[in-house]
Design a protein around this ligand. Structure first.
Ligand code: IPM
Ligand code: MN
Length: 372
């Protein structure tokens, strides 16, 4: 298959983790005889520094011409500390999502057996947890009207949803639930918010079209607790933009590190793949950033193009790296020398040499990729 991939590394640790995902995709292309081309473009604070805008026209053109976008991270603490900034890096990401109508953000949360002791939660609580979050990504409070009064003392952000915006992501979430454990939980605040009541009405109306799926409804404050107390009760979670942002970050506690959570943002004609973590500016260029979220985002990219064997091989490489402790310091207590790029090298090696019947497998990979 021929794929043109727009690579938008962005800010902070974005470039170093994205470089590992590109490395892994190149190995996949070689191993499976595909042709993947990569076109890099600016976004975020680094784009503001060079061009004055967080989403330059040239970046949009590169994305328009690509089959998919691989995104790194966005943001910079200098903007976070300045509520008066006229232009913000995050606007680049929001504009990309809106421009390409990437309305469904899909975030898998999986408790890996080899990482159960890395979570702050009890093993017995999380073992076997496997949740797929469908977060609406192009509407709601993120994109509603915003206003700051002339005297600077009053402000609002409107949370607005249309039936169509809810229906299109709900159908995707129902279909995903159908092919999993057949359970869908709509997360809202329908006891308070009119927009949530619309979500509930629309999902209740659609539910009969998916008779195999057991649909249930839970308020977001309760979900915030249940995700920690009993995450195994969830299969597919469907929710609006901001609830999904917050809950997915909370859910990373189940997995052991936010550096493991990948996502796909899907529209009708475009798709973007990005880790859920942020720019983590303090870690930039230290070699300590976990590239797994970016590498797993690359696997989601391959799934999107139905390259399932290829995606599965990446995931196997990731699982192997976790098993052998070939991980960055956020997860590693065994070795403290394993850098971002060494994790990428290991998974690249694994793709080139996945034969586990080889008795020297561990040594080969450790030798080639990590210890020396
Ligand atoms: C995410 C991020 C973004 C969001 C920011 C960087 C705009 O937190 O993708 O979860 O809030 O959607
Ligand atoms: Mn977030």
């Amino acid at each position: 298959m021929k794929l043109h991939i727009a690579v938008l590394p962005g800010d902070g640790i974005g470039p170093e983790v994205t470089a590992q995902a590109v490395k892994v995709l190149k190995a996949i292309a070689m191993a499976f005889n595909h042709v993947f081309t990569f076109n890099h473009a600016l976004v975020g604070a680094s784009a503001i520094d060079k061009t004055g805008t967080p989403l330059p026209k040239e970046t949009i053109t590169i994305c328009e011409k690509a089959n998919a976008i691989l995104f790194g991270a966005i943001g910079n603490t200098s903007y976070d500390l300045n509520p008066n900034a006229k232009v913000r890096p995050e606007q680049g990401l929001l504009d990309l999502r809106k421009k390409f109508d990437l309305f469904a953000n899909i975030r898998p949360v999986i408790a890996y057996d080899d990482l159960l002791n890395k979570s702050s939660l009890k093993k017995s609580q999380i073992k076997g947890a496997n949740i797929l979050i469908y977060r609406e990504l192009t509407s709601g409070i993120y994109f509603g009207e915003k206003k700051l009064s002339a005297d600077g003392n009053t402000a609002y952000d409107i949370c607005e949803y249309t039936r169509n915006e809810i229906e299109r992501i709900a159908h995707l979430a129902f279909k995903a639930a159908q092919s999993r454990k057949q359970k869908l939980t709509l997360v809202d605040k329908a006891n308070i918010l009119e927009s949530s009541r619309l979500w509930r009405r629309v999902v209740q109306e659609l539910a009969p079209q998916y008779p195999q799926v057991k649909t249930n409804y839970m308020f977001v404050d309760k979900v915030a607790m249940e995700l920690i107390v009993n995450p195994k009760q969830f299969d597919v979670i469907l929710t609006e933009n901001m609830f999904g942002d917050i809950l997915s970050e909370e859910a990373s506690v189940i997995v052991g590190s936010i550096g493991l959570l990948a996502s796909a943002s899907i529209g009708k004609d475009h798709a973007m793949f990005e880790p859920i973590h942020g720019a983590y500016t303090r870690a930039k260029n230290k070699g300590i950033a976990n590239p797994i979220a970016s590498i797993l985002s690359a696997a989601m990219l391959l799934d999107y193009f139905e390259l399932f064997d290829e995606a599965a091989l990446i995931r196997k490489g990731v699982e192997k790296s976790l098993k052998l402790h070939i991980t960055t310091p956020d997860l590693n207590t065994k070795y403290d020398t394993i850098t971002t790029s060494k994790v990428g090298d290991f998974i690249e090696d694994f793709i080139n040499n996945p034969d586990e019947t080889n008795l020297n497998f561990t040594n080969i990979h450790l030798g080639q990729s990590t210890i020396i």
